[in-house]
Design a protein. Structure first.
Length: 65
């Protein structure tokens, strides 16, 4: 799994951070997503998929390849 984020699309809702804080964080100044792990371990894959699915701005992309 490879995760990418589009900081220009992110609206800073923080749902991804609450879902998977090991993979996502937010910038202090504006709450925009920061990616901590582009290649998360297998045990986090389901949580990352859920975070991407619930992102209101669809700023998270998951490549399963």
């Amino acid at each position: 799994m490879r995760v990418t984020v589009d900081q220009d699309t992110c609206i800073g809702s923080g749902q991804c951070v609450m879902a998977v804080p090991e993979v996502f964080d937010q910038r202090e100044e504006d709450g925009i997503v920061q990616l901590l792990q582009a290649d998360p371990p297998a045990e986090l894959h389901d949580a990352v998929r859920r975070a991407a699915a619930m992102c209101p701005s669809q700023a998270i992309s998951v490549d399963e390849g």
